[in-house]
Design a protein around this ligand. Structure first.
Ligand SMILES: Nc1nc2c(ncn2[C@@H]2O[C@H](COP(=O)(O)OP(=O)(O)OP(=O)(O)O)[C@@H](O)[C@H]2O)c(=O)[nH]1
Length: 311
């Protein structure tokens, strides 16, 4: 019985059965000495036997069934990985018997499942090459940021970043060098956009997207230009680019009017258009688009920042 039930529980169980047996014997002796028949002896002993049985069931319920039910509830709640992890109740995990052993093993299994789940989630939300978020991460962050920006009526800026003449880079320096270039660019993005609410994702290929809430077009333009300059300052050689002897990027920026971020796809579309304007005007620059309060194409203005061009 070692380890199956605690010594205390076994002691109580033994006490119940010794007590009820003694009580039954005493009742039987009293009835016999008073001249009772076998039937009266049995009738006198039955209540004591039932009392012993009831006490045993009560003890099993208290010591085994209730703890097992509490463990099941705990596992069910912990299986929802979106909730904050909680420890197995201490009175269960600290028990020295089989119930305690089960509680500790369940807790270990839950912790392992949680960390596997977190690792899997990380893989599905992150771009494996650069470690930045991917499109799925963008969707998840938007679920929070869009209602937040609407509620706070704050300006949102989106930046679309594209590496200039990356095909020529890949074709001449090779795909691994292209990968390493993307990793370096991702590093600059990570260093530039550090606020908790900043969203930086790799959309695919050599295209990155940054979303900044509570950031107007002037600030967004300044940040975009600083980031563009930093990428150029990395000095990654690109002798096949007609723009500069090093790797450069073009950045399309779009800023929504206060609290009017209705459709994020629309914003990304506008940022893409601004990026196209950059490419049209020679690359390695920032172009800003403002969306009018009515959010109609006629209200858009584009300013391509030619002052930022360096070669
Ligand atoms: N190394 C590497 N290359 C990639 C990856 N994804 C896409 N590419 C390459 O990126 C290049 C993109 O080329 P294009 O879309 O023609 O653009 P570009 O040459 O940069 O031209 P512009 O954007 O107009 O300046 C292609 O050669 C793709 O093969 C990647 O994960 N790693």
């Amino acid at each position: 019985m070692k380890n199956y039930l605690s010594a205390r529980t076994l002691g109580v169980l033994a006490g119940i059965w010794i007590g009820s047996s003694l009580a039954t014997l005493t009742a039987a002796w009293l009835v016999t000495t008073a001249g009772g028949t076998l039937v009266t002896v049995i009738l006198a002993g039955l209540p004591v036997g039932f009392a012993g049985l009831a006490a045993t069931l009560w003890l099993i319920n208290r010591q085994l069934l209730v703890p097992v039910r509490r463990m099941t509830d705990h596992v069910r709640l912990e299986h929802d990985f979106s909730t904050t992890p909680r420890e197995m109740p201490f009175d269960l995990s600290s028990r020295a018997d089989a119930v305690g052993l089960l509680a500790r093993q369940l807790q270990r299994l839950i912790e392992e499942s949680r960390s596997h789940h977190a690792a899997l989630l990380e893989q599905t939300l992150n771009d494996p090459l650069t470690g930045l978020g991917n499109r799925r991460m963008l969707e998840k962050r938007l679920d929070i940021l869009v209602p937040l920006s609407r509620r706070l009526s704050c300006t949102v800026s989106a930046m679309m970043i594209d590496v200039d003449h990356f095909k020529a880079f890949n074709d001449n320096y090779g795909h691994p060098a292209g990968d390493s270039c993307l990793v370096d660019i991702a590093g600059v993005l990570r260093d530039t956009f550090r606020r908790e609410t900043d969203v930086v994702v790799r959309l695919g290929g050599e295209e990155f997207l940054v979303l900044l809430i509570n950031t107007g077009h002037e600030e967004a333009r300044a940040l975009a230009d600083a980031m563009r300059g930093m990428i150029q300052a990395l000095g990654l050689p690109h002798e096949y680019s007609p723009v500069a002897p090093v790797v450069t990027v073009s950045v399309g920026v779009v800023t929504s009017p206060n609290g009017l971020l209705i459709d994020i796809d629309e914003m990304i579309n506008h940022a893409d258009q601004a990026l196209y304007d950059c490419k049209e005007h020679g690359r390695n620059r920032v172009a800003v688009r403002l969306i009018g309060a009515d959010n109609t194409p006629a209200a858009h203005t584009t300013a391509v920042d030619s002052a930022t061009r360096t070669s």
